[in-house]
Design a protein around this ligand. Sequence first.
Ligand SMILES: O=C(O)C(=O)C[C@]1(C(=O)O)C=C[C@@H](O)C=C1
Length: 116
Amino acid sequence: MSTRAIDRTRHCSSMAQVRQHIDALDDVLVPLLVERGGYMTQAARIKTEAAQVRDEARIEQIVQRVRARAAAEGGEPQVIEAIYRAMMEAYIAFEHREFARLVAEGHKQPQEESAP
Ligand SMILES: O=C(O)C(=O)C[C@]1(C(=O)O)C=C[C@@H](O)C=C1
């Protein structure tokens, strides 16, 4: 049986220790967030219209999924939900910038005008 994330938190006797553990976890988190961000570039490549960048149904699906995962790991679902909602807003802004960049660089086909 695997341990829950909350059970891997170590007891600390000083703020220096607390911050050492946080820095070590951030060294794991940041590369994963950068890798996750790379998929915004992939999504921006694949989506055909800027209006597709924000996908509310997918956002809500992710929120429900990570809330359940947080609870299973012994964490607070509302904390993880808040982090994910803020994080996805930042990724959506990035995906919009990537979409615009790919259009400007000529990597995306201009969309056909829809018939009147
Ligand atoms: O799944 C997508 O369509 C994505 O572009 C990825 C992502 C995400 O951060 O996971 C970002 C923007 C969308 O609003 C939904 C989800």
